[in-house]
Ligand binder design. Structure first.
Ligand SMILES: C[S@@+](CC[C@H](N)C(=O)[O-])C[C@H]1O[C@@H](n2cnc3c(N)ncnc32)[C@H](O)[C@@H]1O
Length: 487
């Protein structure tokens, strides 16, 4: 894949120039331009390369300079600040104007570096970037990916799936992206790099470019959807890839949440309760909107927060109430014909609630980004915005609920369920209780005790961490180790 006519090379985030040093060791005929924004680093790099005429260092911000120049080769390990660590508005506008594209305001700086570098490739030019892989699967990444596909230069993506992190920042995962500004192929090849030795694959693949490698998953650019999470192109999670799958209903029963038949009448926040003088003992704590629940654990303090924020987190529980304010409110309902509605008309009395004890786990009914499971530690009830998940008693009752819940948080669990989702278009999925009851899960009871302990410890860490994704990924890795068909 290498460019045989490599003369002009750019290293846009030069640092101490490790890439340039390696390149010069291989080829002494290249002219390298480097950009570095940091005074001190720039000084050190200049000292380092003072006797090297091939290197031309600029103490400048790469993003706003050098737009007029093009290169045969660009190699870069850009800064990977989050969008809030730099003046994203100004830089994003600069890129949008120069490249005539639209970007999301949360776009990370490293992808902006990449977009600019691709623009600066000469015909037949090559570009290599090592960057976090997060944008491949995030919302802000959709527009970046759409633009990358439009450039028709993407050739290889190597996604690091190491046990340990490649970057020091523990929340970052990495990938190498190789681009070619040529017409030799329109294929993009994805490869998972699990071990340092797998990096030798990169060498072989580059040497055989544009042939498709047996170790890669290759797609025509037109087959790739920028709106999808690209892990679907490189991860192999499907029902057929796992052993020890059993029906979800072996462990649990999924039931819909409480249907009131008239939410406006039955739901209460604190100010409405005050207005009608309804005492809290006639109100059942109940989550009414899925949007009110953030994170994957719902605790009593979370409930109190919603209560203080005057969110609707109660429903009227008036059966057998003799309180005059409650009676009054029920009369008001009858005057409004609430008692004649489809569901209420069939109940006795019409304002009786469905018998549905709080469930230890909820799952959201409508999903845009995969199933959302929530551990209901607060033990409050829920309306139909969530389904209730009850653990069955019996032979599986020895499974700690947290172990089971930790499993449900993983991508593996979600993707196995995915086959049973009803698509509502526009990325919206709906799961009816039976779609889940009939879904499959890994038989986590069959895990050795040591793995169960490890998962429980990670779940505990996950509850205390503000960025739990990396921990959930580790739980997933343990599951893959035991349940992948290859193992
Ligand atoms: C991840 S480091 C690259 C390390 C480099 N490969 C090396 O060998 O040291 C990123 C470098 O880019 C520099 N940098 C950050 N923002 C920049 C910008 N807008 N323009 C140019 N350099 C920048 C940083 O100061 C840092 O030295």
């Amino acid at each position: 894949m290498g460019n045989p006519d490599l003369h002009d090379v750019l290293e846009p985030a030069f640092g101490l120039g490790i890439f340039s040093r390696m390149l010069l060791a291989k080829s002494s005929n290249v002219a390298i331009k480097g950009f570095e924004i940091d005074n001190r680093i720039f000084g050190n790099a200049q000292n380092e390369f003072s006797s090297c005429p091939n290197i031309n260092l600029q103490l400048q911000d790469y993003m706003y300079n050098d737009w007029e120049n093009k290169y045969d080769g660009i190699i870069c390990n850009p800064p990977y600040f989050k969008f809030h660590d730099y003046d994203n508005k100004k830089i994003i506008t600069e890129i949008e104007d120069r490249l005539s594209c639209k970007l999301n305001g949360f776009t990370n700086l490293y992808t902006l570096f990449l977009l600019k570098s691709i623009y600066q490739l000469k015909p037949n030019g090559r570009c290599a970037y090592i960057i976090p892989s997060e944008f491949l699967n995030s919302d802000y990444g959709k527009l970046v990916k759409a633009h990358l596909l439009k450039t028709r230069t993407l050739r290889y993506i190597f996604v690091f799936d190491f046990e340990e992190n490649v970057f020091n920042d523990s929340t970052t995962t990495a990938c190498i992206i190789l681009c070619a500004n040529d017409t030799a192929t329109d294929k993009l090849q994805f490869t998972n790099i699990h071990f340092p030795n797998d990096l030798n694959l990169c060498k072989d693949m580059i040497a055989n470019y544009p042939k498709v490698s047996n170790y890669a998953k290759a797609y025509e650019a037109g087959e790739i959807n920028p709106l999808e999470k690209w892990k679907i192109y490189y991860q192999s999670h499907s029902k057929n890839n796992f052993k020890n799958l059993i029906p979800f209903s072996t462990y649990v029963k999924v039931m819909r949440g409480i249907a009131t038949g008239a939410n406006d009448f039955f739901t209460f926040n604190i100010s409405k309760a005050k207005k009608y003088g309804i005492d809290e003992k006639y109100l059942l704590p109940c989550v009414c909107r899925s949007a009110d629940i953030k994170g994957h654990t719902f605790t009593m303090p979370d409930f109190e927060c919603l209560k203080n924020a005057d969110k609707k987190i109660f429903i009227l529980n008036a059966k057998d109430a003799r309180d005059s304010n409650v009676t009054e409110y029920i009369k008001k309902g009858e005057n409004e014909g609430i008692n004649k509605k489809h569901l209420t008309a069939s109940r006795k009395p019409w304002y009786a609630l469905e018998k549905r004890p709080p469930s230890p786990i909820w799952v959201s009914v409508f999903n845009r980004n995969g199933l959302r499971f929530i551990r209901n530690v607060a033990e409050v009830s829920n309306l139909t915005t969530f389904h209730c998940i009850y653990l069955r008693n019996g032979i599986f009752s020895d499974i700690p609920i947290d172990l089971f819940f930790a499993y449900l948080l993983t991508d593996t669990a979600k993707q196995i369920f995915e086959n049973n989702a009803r698509e509502y278009g526009n990325g919206l999925q709906k799961f009816e209780p039976n779609d889940l009851n009939h879904g499959m899960v890994l038989d986590i009871a069959s895990l050795p005790d040591s793995a169960k302990k490890q998962i429980l410890a990670l779940y505990l860490a996950c509850k205390q961490s503000c960025d739990s994704n990396i921990i959930i990924k580790r739980i997933d890795d343990i599951l893959l180790e035991y349940f992948s068909c290859g193992n």
